[in-house]
Design a protein around this ligand. Structure first.
Ligand code: MOS
Length: 735
C-alpha cells in the first residue's frame, strides 16, 4: 500500500511543539541590530519634517532612517511579466498614501532602545484631503486588468438585462463584505544581512523566490546575489505572498548601518502595511423560470483599492463558471482610497464572491419554493460555461448527495423559524464551494546516499499546511524508501526553484517535481544495478525492477532482489543525484480544472439575544487525490474555521475620518477560538483525475473557506427569517 494518502503525522510537529522549529525572527545572527518602523498618522499628504535630534542622542541608537537619508534605490524598469518592485514608496520621497505608512525606521542595539528612540521622533505633516470610505472612492471607479492574458475582466453571455427583465422570478440584492486582515499567528518579520553586494534575507514569506526577485529589482542586483530563507512559517493566507515595504526597509537599514538588522512587526502594524482583503459591494441580479432554470445571472462587484498598488477582489470569478445560466453578465470595478495595500486573502474572490452568489441562490430557492440543492442541480454546469470546456473531473453532484446525507438535510423543514432546539431557533443552510486547480512549474532535486537515506529538496514553503510531510511521502513512494529514510528540505532560494505558495498550488506544482526527481534518482540506481555484473539483477531491463523499502526487486521473481545500499557500495559509494523540472502541459486547453464541494451549516440562535452558535458543519469535497488524510483534513477544517470567522466575526473596523483601523489587535479583531467551534466533519469523495497532474491532486488550501459564510447566512435566514446580506453576521443585525 502506498504511503501517499496515509494520515502520516506531521514530520515537523515535534520541532514545533518543542520550540525547536526556528521561525524568522528567531534566527541567531551575530551583531544583529533591532529595527522598528514609525508609521504616519495621516492618510494623505506628505511629511514636512522629522526632528530626530533626540533620537540620535539616545543610548544604543545606530540610525534613524527617513526619506532624507535612506539609501537611494535604482528606479526599476517595468518589464512585461516582471514581478513588481516593492509595493510602497521605500522612503524615497515624503509622500503619504495611507495612515500607517512607514515614514521612518529606527535601528538600535536592542529592541527597547529602538522603541524608545522611535517614540522621540517629532514628525510634522502637510495633510491633504484623503479619499476614505466607499462613497467617496466610488466617485472614480477603475476597471482592473484581466487576471490572465487572454481573459476578460467582465463577462457577457447573451442579453442578461433583457432576460432578467423577462424572467418570472427575479432577485435584485446587494451583498457587502468588509476589509479583512489575515492575522497569521506569526507576525511578519525580516532579518537582512549584506556581505558586500550580496544580500541574505530571513523572511516570513510564502514566496521566497518572489521576495528574491523583488529584492534584486529593488536594489538593482542579480537575483543570484539574493538568498531568501524561510524554513518555518506560522501561517500566511496570502499576506505573506508579497515582499512588503518592511522587507526592503530592513535591507536598506542593514545597508545604512553596516550591520545585520532585524525587523519584526507588531500585531497592530499588520493592519495596513502588509495587505488585507478589500471590502466589496456586490449586486446580484438573478432571473429564473418557474422550474428554477436561471435565465439571467448578473453580478457586479466594486471592491476597495489602495493608492499603493492596484488590487481587485475578483468576486465575480466564481459566478462565471459555477452554474449554467442562460445569460450572464459580470463586472469588476475598483474604488481607490487612502488605505494600506489590499492583496490576496485566502480564496481571493471565491470567499467573498460565494457569499453573494450562494446567498442569492438560496434567496431564489425560497422565492421559487424549491429546495436549494434541487435549484443548484437544475442549473448544474456539466461543462465549464465560461471556457466551454469539459471539466477534468467534477464530483459536485456526489458532494451534494453525500453532504446532504451526512447532515440529514432531508429532515429539514424549509420554512424560516420552523425548527427549534429548546428555546433556540435552529437553522440549516448549505452552499456550494469551488476553487480552481492551479499549477505552475517547479524544480526539485533528489539524492540517494550510500547509507540508504535520501535527501530531497525544493525551495518551497510549509505554511503550517503539511508540505514537509506530504513531499516526504511523495518522495518516499517514488524512491521506494521508508519515510524515515527520506529527508525533505524546503524554504531556501539556494534549493531548486518553486513557485510561491499561493492559489492552493503547492501540492500540484511541487509534488510532480519531487516525484520526478525522486523517480529519476531511483531510475539511475536501477540502471546501475542491471548493468552491474555483481548484482543479482544484472541483465534485467530497467522496467522489470520494482523498488520497495530500500530494495530493488525483480517484479517477476521477487526473491531475486538486492538492497539499494549494496548497489551503491559496489559502484564506488558516491551518492546518486537527480534534478527535475515539472510543469503543466497543454491540458488546460482541453479541460477546465476545478475542485468542488458542498458545505452544510447548523446554527442555533437565541431568539432574544441574537447570539449565534454553530454546533456543526459538514463539508464534502472533490479535490482529486488527497496526499495525507490527516494534514489534508486539517487544512480543510482550517478553511471552514476561517469561513466561520468570515461569516460571524471578522471585520477590520476603519475609522473613516482618519483612515486607521481601530481594532488592530487580536482582542478587538475577532477570529474564532476553540469555544466558537463545534463539530466540523470534512471528507473527500473518491476522485480519480488523470488529466490534472501525475499525482491527481487538485489542491486544498483555499476551497475550505469557500461557501461557508453563505451557508451560514442561509442557515441564519432559515433560523430567523432575517436575511443578512452584510458580513459579518453579528447579533446586532438579528435583533
Ligand atoms: Mo493564498 S490567498 O493564494 O495564500
Amino acid at each position: 500500500m502506498s504511503i501517499i494518502g496515509q494520515g502520516l503525522d506531521r514530520l515537523d510537529g515535534r520541532l514545533k511543539v518543542t520550540g525547536a522549529a526556528r521561525y524568522t525572527a528567531e534566527h541567531p545572527v551575530p551583531r544583529l541590530a533591532q529595527a522598528v518602523i514609525v508609521q504616519s498618522t495621516i492618510a494623505s499628504g506628505a511629511v514636512l519634517s522629522i526632528d530626530d535630534s533626540v533620537a540620535r542622542s539616545l543610548p544604543g541608537v545606530l540610525a534613524v532612517m527617513t526619506y532624507m537619508n535612506a539609501p537611494r534605490l535604482p528606479v526599476p524598469k517595468q518589464e512585461a511579466g516582471a514581478p513588481p518592485a516593492a509595493p510602497t514608496p521605500l522612503l524615497q520621497d515624503a509622500t503619504i498614501k495611507y495612515n500607517g505608512q512607514p515614514v521612518a525606521v529606527v535601528v538600535a542595539d536592542t529592541l527597547e532602545h529602538a522603541r524608545h528612540a522611535a517614540q522621540s521622533l517629532r514628525i510634522r505633516y502637510a495633510a491633504k484631503p484623503a479619499v476614505l470610505g466607499m462613497q467617496a472612492a466610488k466617485k472614480s471607479l477603475k476597471t482592473p486588468p484581466p487576471r490572465r492574458p487572454g481573459e476578460k475582466t467582465d463577462a457577457i453571455r447573451g442579453n442578461a438585462p433583457g432576460a432578467f427583465n423577462r424572467s418570472a422570478t427575479r432577485l435584485d440584492a446587494m451583498y457587502t463584505t468588509p476589509i479583512e486582515t489575515h492575522n497569521a499567528m506569526e507576525p511578519h518579520a525580516t532579518i537582512a544581512a549584506w556581505h558586500g553586494d550580496e544580500l541574505t534575507l530571513y523572511d516570513s514569506s510564502q514566496n521566497i523566490s518572489g521576495v528574491q526577485k523583488t529584492a534584486a529589482r529593488t536594489f538593482g542586483i542579480e537575483p543570484s546575489k539574493v538568498r531568501v530563507l524561510c524554513p518555518f512559517l506560522g501561517g500566511g493566507f496570502g499576506s505573506k505572498g508579497s515582499a512588503w515595504t518592511h522587507v526592503m526597509l530592513t535591507a536598506m537599514a542593514a545597508r545604512l548601518t553596516g550591520v545585520p538588522v532585524k525587523l519584526a512587526l507588531e500585531r497592530t502594524q499588520m493592519f495596513g502595511p502588509v495587505g488585507s482583503r478589500p471590502m466589496t459591494e456586490q449586486r446580484m441580479r438573478l432571473g429564473a423560470a418557474r422550474d428554477g432554470t436561471l435565465q439571467a445571472l448578473m453580478h457586479d462587484t466594486v471592491s476597495s483599492n489602495s493608492f499603493v498598488l492596484d488590487f481587485s477582489e475578483p468576486s465575480t470569478t466564481i459566478t462565471k463558471s459555477l452554474y449554467m445560466a442562460q445569460t450572464l453578465q459580470t463586472t469588476q470595478r475598483m474604488a481607490t482610497m487612502n488605505v494600506g495595500a489590499h492583496t490576496y486573502t485566502r480564496a481571493p474572490g471565491e470567499a467573498s464572491g460565494s457569499f453573494a452568489l450562494e446567498c442569492a441562490i438560496d434567496e431564489m430557492a425560497y422565492a421559487l419554493k424549491m429546495d436549494p440543492i434541487a435549484l443548484r442541480l437544475r442549473n448544474y454546469a456539466e461543462q465549464d460555461p465560461e471556457k466551454q470546456l469539459p471539466f477534468s473531473s467534477k464530483s459536485l453532484r456526489e458532494c451534494y448527495r453525500v453532504g446532504a446525507e451526512k447532515f440529514g438535510w432531508s429532515k429539514r423543514t424549509p420554512e424560516p423559524r420552523s425548527m427549534r432546539s429548546g428555546r433556540m431557533l435552529v437553522g440549516w443552510g448549505m452552499a456550494t464551494a469551488t476553487y480552481p486547480a492551479n499549477r505552475d512549474a517547479a524544480k526539485a532535486s533528489a539524492l540517494i546516499r550510500a547509507d540508504g537515506t535520501a535527501l530531497v529538496r525544493c525551495g518551497t514553503h510549509d505554511l503550517g499546511t503539511g508540505t514537509y510531510t506530504i513531499m516526504t511521502q511523495i518522495a518516499a513512494d517514488a524512491l521506494g524508501l521508508p519515510v524515515n529514510k527520506v529527508r525533505f528540505e524546503l524554504g531556501d532560494t539556494l534549493q531548486p526553484e518553486s513557485p510561491g505558495a499561493g492559489g492552493s498550488k503547492t501540492t500540484a506544482s511541487v509534488g510532480p517535481a519531487v516525484h520526478a526527481a525522486a523517480k529519476a534518482a531511483r531510475d539511475k540506481l536501477i540502471a546501475m544495478a542491471v548493468a552491474d555484473r555483481g548484482s543479482p539483477l544484472a541483465g534485467l531491463t530497467a522496467d522489470a525492477i520494482d523498488v520497495q523499502d530500500g530494495w530493488l526487486i525483480d517484479r517477476q521473481r521477487p526473491e531475486r532482489k538486492e538492497p539499494m545500499v549494496s548497489v551503491i557500495a559496489r559502484n564506488g559509494g558516491a551518492a546518486i543525484e537527480a534534478h527535475s523540472e515539472a510543469k503543466p502541459g497543454d491540458e488546460k486547453k482541453q479541460y477546465s480544472m476545478h475542485s468542488f464541494g458542498a458545505v452544510f451549516v447548523e446554527v442555533h440562535i437565541d431568539p432574544d439575544l441574537g447570539t449565534i452558535h454553530v454546533p456543526r458543519v459538514v463539508g464534502v469535497y472533490g479535490i482529486g487525490k488527497l496526499m495525507n488524510r490527516k494534514t489534508g483534513h486539517s487544512q480543510l477544517m482550517g478553511g471552514v474555521v476561517w469561513g466561520l470567522g468570515m461569516g460571524l466575526m471578522e471585520k477590520t473596523e476603519m475609522d473613516w475620518r482618519t483612515g486607521r483601523a481601530v481594532n488592530g489587535n487580536l482582542a478587538d479583531y475577532h477570529v474564532p477560538v476553540n469555544a466558537d467551534i463545534g463539530t466540523i466533519d470534512v471528507s473527500v469523495v473518491e476522485e480519480d483525475d488523470p488529466h490534472i497532474n501525475v499525482l491527481g491532486a487538485k489542491g486544498i488550501g483555499e476551497i475550505g473557506i469557500v461557501g461557508v459564510a453563505a451557508a451560514l447566512g442561509n442557515a441564519v435566514y432559515h433560523a430567523t427569517g432575517k436575511r443578512v446580506r452584510d458580513l459579518p453576521i453579528t447579533l446586532d443585525k438579528l435583533i
